[in-house]
Design a protein around this ligand. Structure first.
Ligand code: FAD
Length: 320
């Protein structure tokens, strides 16, 4: 099965594409967990489905003597396997995320070889956040430090350059590389200028498209696109949208993703009696944003599902 690249899809379509992001099932669940999220969205012809990558988390067990024992655990393994299962069961292109965190460069190369054998063409390349319970990102010894380094490693493999120089009969890979962009700036960046500088470097190193962090004010995206274009970042920039689903997200989303929620949206959420009503507000806000973005002219609309798609279906019914 020929897997179109995200960029080929964009170039070959006269309409904005529909795509969405899923999390691999929690350890202990099976494929049906992800099927429940995909099935309601298939009729809207998703151009691609992204699958996030989750590195290990630090957890503490309480021992019989009351002391705590630290251990690491991966709660959502299986990004590569579930991506391949989706690709082959649904015939929809997948975009597994690949991260720097937790991988040496050799482990990264081996993961890329697996992905290549599986016929997966599209990747979203990110650094990864510091593991839950830690403040700073720490790469593996001999691991990639920034997404830029990982983009460079994949671009090298696309040119047939493996880590070991004396490999014989070297085949090239043909990965289409996407990277993350931040309309409200990445939280570790000292300023916008610096963030755009490194975003441009990722594009110069081989990134062919950008997917943005969520934002709730469409002007943040349109300003970001204008700034990117002025800087000479000319690849497609796909906006990422997250419909709000609970009142608690007024606090958790700004904390976790470093984004602002507009006053009007917060007011509407605070008026809600329960999370069912909040979910409806989230749908209406995302529909409004989608319409604004389509008017501006976007290559696609990419939705963060967090594993539940009933609300995305309601939005897609009104937009696609
Ligand atoms: P980088 O591009 O490395 O940037 C990180 C910071 O360093 C920025 O402030 C940047 O300006 C700066 N910087 C970049 N390059 C350099 C350099 N060479 N020298 C100095 N400074 C530099 N996380 C996951 O764990 N799994 C996922 O599946 C996942 N998917 C995501 C999908 C999207 C669309 C987005 C927007 C984010 C995703 N994340 C994911 C979160 C992401 O890993 C974090 O936001 C992370 O903190 C930064 O990743 P990045 O790729 O932007 O990093």
């Amino acid at each position: 099965m020929h897997e179109p690249k995200v960029t080929e899809h964009i170039a070959g379509s006269d309409k904005a594409l529909f795509s969405f992001e899923l999390l691999p099932p929690l350890k202990g669940q099976d494929f049906s967990a992800i099927q429940q999220a995909i099935d309601p969205l298939v009729e809207f012809n998703p151009a691609f489905i992204n699958i996030t990558y989750h590195q290990q988390e630090v957890v503490y067990d309480t021992l019989d003597n009351g002391l705590m024992k630290k251990r690491t655990v991966r709660k959502r393994p299986g990004t590569v396997g579930i991506s391949a299962a989706i690709k082959y069961r649904y015939g929809i292109p997948v975009v597994p995320h690949i991260i720097c965190g937790g991988f040496t460069r050799e482990e990264t190369e081996n993961a890329l070889i697996d992905l290549n054998f599986l016929g997966i063409k599209n990747l979203l390349v990110v650094r990864g956040d510091p593991p839950v319970g830690m403040k700073t990102f720490i790469p593996e010894p001999d691991g990639n430090v920034h997404a830029l380094d990982l983009v460079r490693q994949i671009a090298e493999l696309n040119r047939g350059h493996y880590l070991e120089k004396d490999i014989k009969n070297k085949r090239t890979t043909d990965f289409c590389i996407g990277v993350a962009g931040y309309p409200e700036k990445h939280n570790e960046s000292p300023n916008f200028e610096s963030d755009l500088h490194f975003l441009k470097k990722k594009v110069e190193a081989g990134a062919e498209y950008i997917i943005t962090q969520m934002f709730f004010d469409s002007k943040k995206y349109t300003d970001f696109v204008k700034n990117c274009r002025e800087k000479g970042i000319n690849v497609p920039i796909i906006p990422g949208l997250k419909p709000i689903t609970s009142r608690q997200q007024i606090i958790s989303l700004p904390q976790t993703f470093h984004v602002d929620l507009p006053e009007e949206l917060v007011k509407e959420i605070l008026k809600c009696k329960d999370n069912k009503e909040v979910r409806q507000v989230g749908i209406e806000w995302a529909v409004m944003q989608s319409k604004e973005l389509l008017k501006f002219g976007v290559p696609g609309l990419h939705f963060y599902t967090m594993g539940k798609s009933d609300n995305i279906r309601e939005i897609a019914k009104q937009i696609f």
